[in-house]
Ligand binder design. Sequence first.
Ligand code: ATP
Ligand code: MG
Length: 230
Amino acid sequence: MVHVFKTYPSQISALSDITLEISSGEFTFVAGPSGSGKSTLLRILSCAEKPTRGEVVVDGVQITHPDFTKIHQLRRRMGIVSQDFKLLRDRTVNENVAFALEVTGHTRREAKGKASDMLRRIGLKEREDAPILALSAGEQQRVAIARAMVNSPSLILADEPTGNLDAKTTLDVMGIFSDLNHQGTTIVFATQFTGLIKRFPYRLIPILNGQVSDGKKVDTDEVREVKAGE
Ligand SMILES: Nc1ncnc2c1ncn2[C@@H]1O[C@H](COP(=O)(O)OP(=O)(O)OP(=O)(O)O)[C@@H](O)[C@H]1O
Ligand SMILES: [Mg+2]
């Protein structure tokens, strides 16, 4: 992203002149205190929010191009873990995860089976038929993670995905993220917990008051050449 600004209608400036590049296959922490702009940055990358100014390229597609319309196509290659989970509250655990597969053309049976496998991996197999509302916040967070991963996306945008988890479950989840990253998945992981960052030797993008200080230089002209919808 190049010279990205985001000012909310309330005139709150959430991001101010952010220029950064995350390479395919990288595991990157976006880290900073509450209110620093982490969620805003991730929401811009997932096309949930438009920047006020600046250019953003995701997976080779310039999402800020005026002609860009293929949000759904792009999102199919993304796994998104929102800070507020965004689960379907009137469905079961399995249905929530399976839903991500059904919308990309898997049969219901296939989707249910794959969802079960993913839930086993994240330690929730025995709760798969429970309604979402019967789960604790940490369990719901794991469902959101399972849903984001089940499609084998090339990019995972995870906003504080371990914020409600205990120490052991956090390490389990970090292990799953690390495995996916070793298999080539790009991971952008927003967190305010410095303990995690110290423990895992991944790239760190520090964010403070909507500004980033990061060593990597970005060729702004190269980003501009990328056209919408490619
Ligand atoms: N929808 C919104 N409307 C207005 N202001 C917003 C909105 N979302 C975020 N903000 C403001 O933008 C700034 C950055 O918020 P953001 O949610 O991106 O921070 P964050 O780093 O994710 O914080 P946290 O760690 O608490 O999740 C804050 O000042 C916040 O109040
Ligand atoms: Mg946030």
